[in-house]
Each structure stands twice: as structure tokens, then as C-alpha cells.
Design a protein around this ligand. Structure first.
Ligand SMILES: [Zn+2]
Length: 361
């Protein structure tokens, strides 16, 4: 069985390389079974339209549930920034077309969110219909049929501190926050003024794109190794510059988007899977402001991909992040838009026989 998943799909500014990486990653005959969107920043969603045009279909999209206010604020910002992702934020159904289904994930600070009510959803059953749309809690497992040993667990973390920084910056420059949050047409009339546009742009840049409070984490990994008497080991093949190597780590992975590891305890969010995790993507492209080594120390032995654009102006990834990871015996891997920058994980499942020998299945 093959099952294609994509977590975020974007580029730093406009990059020819990124377009060709996306357009050649899958064939025109292939479906993307599930696309996960961590949040609506340009560098995480800008090449989704290329993904749509270079594949057969996108069956299911899993994305953070936004409140009306969050949506309006993003719409007002993105209109002024002239970033072509307005339709994706405003009306995902019309952006993706009638054959795509949607799973919206409540944030962990949502009033309707309760940790108990997290019954699993089978992605294959769900994608049988068209234009299906449901809302789930953070932490709900998304399965691939009954027999699969692999599943996905999205967790929409909301960083309320982030909002404070943004509101402060807007207030100082005299923006009407109430209208930015409640009137999606606010900047339509205001943006004719060049200075206003410039001001909003500089606020966006000063917060290094973090105008989204949400960043949806994702666990992608074994569902329950022990009950099946089976352990999973992955071998990694990294083609980074001229260096190729192969080694074994646990197969489970956490994708982190632009979350701040000072604010979200990955080890507690995914405590159930802590023994299965061997890969954690370094949050926010390796920014030193969102990095906390103590969070990673909750895990055993880790390989840590860091994704970034080579031309970014935020000095991502920070040298001190890479050094700290290495000094703590974790293995950072730098991934960018260059075609030779590839990180592959091959997963082998071993059954534990009675005589304790491992046999590959
Ligand atoms: Zn980003």
C-alpha cells in the first residue's frame, strides 16, 4: 500500500528551486492522501498551488481551526503584504476544489477542547466522500485502515504570548485592532495609503512572520509497538552536500512547524509515544529564539532535520542551535530548497520471535 503525506509546502520568498522540488516530488498520477498545514505563513503554504497542479488530487487537508477574528486578522495582513494566499485562508474549499476533504483541528486553548473525547478517525474512510468537513480535538489519532501500525496525531498549539507582541506593535503604530479582527475589508480601504502598507509590512517582518498564534504539531509514527510485539527501526540516508550516511534511530517523528519550544513541552504533548520517537524537526527553521534544548533532552537519541531557505534574512538556522544539538549528541540535518538536499527515512519492522532473535518483516 502506498500512502502519500505532505506536511507544509512553502518557500522563502520566491524560489525557482522550491517550485521544482515540489513539482517533481510526486507524479501527475499520484494522489496526496493527506496534506497537513501547520499554519498560514507564506513560507509554509506558498507552494501548495504547485502541489495541486502537479498531482492528481489532494484527498484530505488537515489544518488548524481558526476563529473568525484570527481569520480576519490574517486576511487583512496578507492583503497588504500582497501574498497570494488569501483564498487559502478565507475559503479552503474553493481553493482546493470539490474533491478535497477537510479536518479542522481545535487549538489546545479552545473552550470546546477536552482531552477525553479523542476517538480515532480512519483517513481512508473519511476521504471516500467529497467535500467532507469535520472538526476534531488536538490529539485525535488519524489512522490508515485498521491493520496499519502507523498513524498521525495532530496537535494545534496556540501561543497566546505571540498575540500580545503583535497587538502591542499594532497599537504603537495606531492601527485599529478591533477592525483588523472584525472587518475583513478593513485594509481594502486602508491599504491605498502607502505608509500604512509599509508599516504593516515592517510589523510582519519584525515578528519574523509570526503573526499566526497557532502552529500545528504532528506526530507521525508507530501507533502501538508493544502490543504487536514489534519494534520499528529506521535507517536514514541523508544527501546533504557531499555527506551521505546511514544509521538507525526510532521511527516516530514530530513535525513542529513554527512553534516555540520554550512554550510547548513536546515530551508531555506526545508522552504516549515518547519511546517511539527518533526524529524531531527543529521548530521555526532553527531560530535561536524558539529553541530550548531541555525540551529535546526528554527524548533518547534524536535526528533533527532543520528546514530553511538558503536566502533567508533571519540567519536561520542559528549556529548556536546547531552547536547545542551536536554537543548534546543529537544529530542536526540541514534541509533547504537545493535539489541535493534530501533526507530519507527507510523504516524496517522487526518482529520479536520467542527465541528473542529479530526477524525482518
Ligand atoms: Zn516559517
Amino acid at each position: 500500500m502506498s500512502f502519500n503525506i505532505v506536511y507544509d509546502c512553502g518557500e522563502w520568498k520566491q524560489s525557482k528551486h522550491a517550485q521544482s522540488v515540489v513539482s517533481t516530488a510526486f507524479s501527475k498520477e499520484e494522489d496526496i492522501d493527506v496534506l497537513f498545514i501547520s499554519h498560514f505563513d507564506w513560507d509554509h503554504v506558498s507552494t501548495i498551488s504547485t502541489l495541486i497542479s502537479s498531482t492528481k488530487s489532494i484527498r484530505t487537508v488537515v489544518l488548524p481551526l481558526l476563529t473568525k477574528k484570527e481569520k480576519n486578522l490574517l486576511i487583512n495582513f496578507n492583503r497588504v503584504l500582497s501574498l497570494g494566499i488569501l483564498e487559502l485562508i478565507d475559503d479552503p474549499k474553493s481553493f482546493f476544489g470539490p474533491t478535497t476533504n477537510f479536518i479542522y483541528v481545535r487549538s489546545d486553548s479552545d473552550r470546546d477542547y477536552t482531552e477525553e473525547d479523542n476517538e480515532g478517525i480512519d483517513l481512508q474512510d473519511f476521504s471516500q466522500s467529497n467535500s467532507n468537513s469535520i472538526t476534531i480535538n488536538s490529539g485525535t489519532p488519524l489512522e490508515i485502515g485498521n491493520a496499519s501500525k502507523w498513524f498521525f496525531v495532530p496537535y494545534n498549539h496556540k501561543d497566546t504570548e505571540r498575540k500580545k507582541e503583535l497587538l502591542e506593535a499594532l497599537q504603537i503604530r495606531g492601527f485599529n485592532i478591533n477592525r483588523l479582527e472584525n472587518d475583513s475589508n478593513y485594509t481594502l480601504c486602508k491599504s491605498t495609503d502607502r505608509n500604512t502598507r509599509k508599516e504593516l509590512r515592517s510589523i510582519y517582518d519584525s515578528l519574523s512572520g509570526k503573526i499566526n498564534e497557532n502552529s500545528m504539531l504532528l506526530y507521525s509514527g508507530p501507533s502501538n509497538i508493544r502490543s504487536r510485539d514489534c519494534i520499528l527501526i529506521s535507517e536514514f540516508v541523508g544527501d546533504e552536500l557531499d555527506c551521505t550516511y546511514s544509521s538507525s534511530y526510532k521511527a516516530g517523528c514530530i513535525y513542529t512547524g513554527d512553534c516555540d519550544s520554550n512554550k510547548v513541552q513536546l515530551g508531555s504533548v506526545y508522552s504516549r509515544f515518547i519511546d517511539y520517537i527518533g526524529v524531531i524537526q527543529i521548530p521555526h527553521h532553527g531560530s535561536k529564539y524558539d529553541f530550548n534544548i531541555d525540551v529535546f533532552k526528554a527524548f533518547d537519541s534524536l535526528i533533527c532535520p532543520v528546514s530553511y531557505g538558503t536566502k533567508n534574512t533571519h540567519e536561520h538556522p542559528a549556529a548556536e542551535v546547531i552547536n547545542t544539538l551536536s554537543l548534546n549528541h543529537f544529530r542536526p540535518i540541514l534541509i533547504n530548497e537545493q535539489l541535493n538536499s534530501i533526507f530519507r527515512q527507510r523504516i524496517c519492522c522487526f518482529e520479536i520471535k520467542r527465541n528473542k532473535n529479530l526477524s525482518k518483516v
